[in-house]
Design a protein around this ligand. Structure first.
Ligand SMILES: NC(=O)CCC(=O)C(=O)O
Length: 264
């Protein structure tokens, strides 16, 4: 499976500019034979959260665009995330469309990141975020979600062999990004495919380092600070091989964990 990670700058509060930019990247990746294209977080508006009433996608524009492109170019798209307006408020939403143009996942970011005011402007997601592509199960979480190991573990326990992570992760904490992604891959014995933005907005400079990490923990791709697309081939049979080598999932002690579980 040839993965294309898009590491791009995002124009703050300018959805039209960002749609055009994303379209160019999708065309380049599809032209280079990608099977799956992965976009960064909140690529329509960036973190222009005070302007969501005017800017967030409330009419399905993003889904229609991704579906049409995916079908026309026969490519799966993990559509990063976009700001959306739904009946009860605004969300940070990941759409995944398969290569027939069908929407296979709509995941709203579960954990809101206070340092970037998400708790003020956005609602919390309630769904798990796993989905099927080519008969295999994948997971998808968004940026800050990676700080919650139990959340990615839930996806792995529900069959995810690779977990996609769109992000707008600031350069100031890029060490956390790299280490957390590697840890999530090793502990869940799965691929982690993470697309972070670069550039800056009024409050943050973003760190890039979009990565593909294998189930044994090796970094197969690290885009550093360069804008563009990079590709990595992944073979999901590696997941089964690593899970056989060290049977972490069989060795879990769930009744023991439950015995000592506390809510805080
Ligand atoms: N957009 C985000 O969720 C950023 C998360 C982040 O920066 C962190 O340190 O966590």
């Amino acid at each position: 499976m040839k993965i294309a990670c898009v590491q791009m700058d995002i124009a703050f509060g300018k959805p039209e500019t960002n749609f055009q930019h994303v379209k160019e990247y999708l065309e380049e990746a599809a032209g280079n034979g990608a099977d799956v294209i992965v976009l960064p977080e909140m690529w329509n508006t960036g973190y222009a959260l005070k302007e969501l009433e005017q800017l967030a996608d409330g009419n399905g524009k993003t889904v229609d665009f991704l579906k049409q492109f995916a079908k026309q170019h026969s490519v799966h798209i993990v559509g990063g995330s976009v700001s959306t307006k739904k009946q009860d408020g605004f969300y940070n939403t990941m759409y995944v469309v398969d290569n027939t143009g069908a929407l296979v996942s709509e995941y709203d970011k579960a954990h809101r990141f206070g340092l970037m005011d998400e708790h003020i402007h956005l609602e919390e997601g309630q769904s798990l975020g796993t989905f099927e592509l080519d008969g295999e199960t994948f997971g998808g979480v968004i940026c800050y979600d990676i700080r919650f190991p139990e959340w990615l573990r839930a996806q792995a326990l529900n069959g995810a062999k690779a977990i996609f992570v769109p992000a707008e992760w600031p350069a100031a904490r890029i060490d956390h990004w790299r280490i957390l992604l590697q840890a999530r891959a090793i502990e869940n014995q799965c691929f982690i495919i993470a697309a972070n933005r670069i550039g800056s907005d009024p409050k943050n400079e973003f760190g890039g380092h979009s990565m593909v990490i294998a189930p044994w923990g090796e970094v197969r791709l690290d885009m550093g600070g360069i804008e563009g697309i990079a590709y990595a081939d992944i073979d999901l049979s590696e997941v089964d091989e690593v899970r056989t080598r060290i049977p972490v999932f069989d060795d879990r002690r769930v009744p023991l964990y439950k015995k000592f579980e506390k809510s805080h």
